[in-house]
Design a binder for this molecule. Structure first.
Ligand code: DX5
Ligand code: ZN
Length: 221
């Protein structure tokens, strides 16, 4: 199991004050910045691209930027995100014609590579690529929007992915994204996750430090 990471999703931040929001959430104890990229094609929403990632780096953000690509096709945008300062890049297998090639492309660009599984995606996609991955990102909502409710069947899925990661003997992170809150994060951690994305639960809270500490304490208990 990897050390716990709390990764606030900036999808729920105030985009008019993004640099300040990211500074504040990192000062409050968050570990990574989760950066949701939506293309109005793979998912029915449109967000931000490499220019915004680069702007955060120029603003002085040094924390890992965990780019979650909900973009189809995906390969062409990967070098742009690597150049813009992404440290981790995850993609959905449905959005790539050649999943193994996309993983290798992310690594060749110097980033850690992640594969994202939607709530209904079977674990088979991991069969021949798990050992090439740095992280598995399990969606616990359908991708496209913040503020949705956690889908409980994800808990069983987390357990099964945890077994596979442990059996591989590799240092692969198990990240969970969607509806993660202080009141369910302990169950998600018990199931085997070590990396937690939370958007509305953190940015919707008046005190970022309090909610980040509450989440970290719940994981540790
Ligand atoms: C959904 C995104 C998530 C989302 C999480 O497609 O990938 O990262 O912003 O938001 P909450 O924590 O509000 O479910
Ligand atoms: Zn995400």
């Amino acid at each position: 199991m990897q050390p716990t990471v709390i990764a606030p999703s900036i999808l729920s931040a105030d985009f008019a004050r993004l640099g300040e929001e990211v500074d504040n959430v990192l000062a409050a104890g968050a570990d990574w910045v989760h950066f949701d990229v939506m293309d109005n094609h793979y998912v029915p929403n449109l967000t931000i691209g490499p220019m915004v990632c680069q702007a955060l780096r120029r603003h002085g953000v040094t924390a890992p930027i965990d780019v979650h690509l909900m973009v189809e096709p995906v390969d062409r945008i990967i070098p742009d995100f690597a150049a813009a300062g992404a440290t981790d890049i995850s993609f959905h297998p449905e959005a790539s014609r050649h999943v193994h090639r996309t993983i290798q492309l992310i690594k060749a660009e110097g980033c850690r590579a992640g594969l994202v599984l939607n709530p209904a995606t079977a674990l088979d996609v991991l069969d021949y690529v798990l050992e090439d991955l740095d992280l598995v990102l399990l969606m616990s909502v359908n991708p496209g929007f913040g503020g949705q409710s956690f889908i409980d069947s994800t808990l069983r899925k987390i357990e099964r992915v945890r077994e596979r990661i442990d059996a591989s003997g590799k240092a692969i992170r198990l990240e969970v994204d969607g509806g993660v809150k202080p009141d369910n994060i302990a169950r998600i951690a018990e199931a085997g996750a070590d990396t937690f994305v939370a958007g509305s639960a953190i940015f919707g809270h008046a005190d970022y430090r309090q909610v980040v500490e509450e989440m970290r304490a719940a994981v540790a208990s």
